[in-house]
Design a protein around this ligand. Structure first.
Ligand code: AMP
Length: 174
């Protein structure tokens, strides 16, 4: 597959969604295109294969759409990181700042442990709050964060600053 395929034309920007002032990055044109979807997965796999990744942590909800294909190709297990109250068993929680107030994400307490190397996957890094909270959760499990991978980075929001020292991959940068 052609991992060098330019993915940018497959992202559609929806102005003022879900609220005024947000330019929503709609990745459904990329997901539905067989070549683009394959090229995206290839690009992630090329970066992380051979690095000992044992689990891929996927962030609700669009991270799920990318991460399970990546986990399969890396022969790694899959860990859902979900919004508060969605996971049925015992969880660890981490909070992050929203524009107004805070929100939390959770992971099952037995999702990973010492000896695991976890790759975090999400569709977009904006302010980086979600990704930082997810990294904190992985480390609370006693596992190591192998790296953090995004399809899209909104670099003007400086999310990377919240992930100092992390190995970060983003395929498309705005
Ligand atoms: P943040 O915590 O600010 O880095 O926000 C990242 C999370 O919000 C990701 O899970 C994204 O799915 C979502 N997100 C933030 N900004 C956008 C955007 N402009 N378009 C699509 N999703 C976004």
């Amino acid at each position: 597959m052609n991992a060098a395929l330019d993915l940018l034309p497959f992202v559609r920007e929806i102005p003022d969604f879900p609220k005024k002032g947000i330019g929503f990055k709609d990745i459904t044109p990329l997901l539905k295109d067989p070549k683009a979807f394959s090229a995206m997965v290839d690009a992630f796999v090329e970066r992380w294969e051979g690095k000992g990744v044992t689990r891929v942590a996927v962030i609700e909800s669009r991270g799920f759409l990318l991460g399970s294909a990546i986990a399969h190709r890396l022969r790694a297990g899959l860990i859902p990181v979900r919004k508060k109250g969605k996971l049925p068993w015992k969880t660890h929680q981490a909070s992050y700042q929203l524009e107004y107030g805070t929100d939390s994400i959770e992971v099952h307490q037995d999702a990973a442990g010492a000896g695991d190397k976890v790759l975090l996957v999400d569709d977009v890094i904006a302010t980086g709050g979600t990704a930082k909270a997810a990294c904190d959760l992985v480390e609370k499990l006693g596992a190591q964060v192998a790296g953090v991978a995004f399809l899209i980075e909104l670099s003007f929001l400086k999310g990377r600053a919240k992930l100092p020292g992390r190995e970060i991959q983003s395929l498309i940068t705005y």
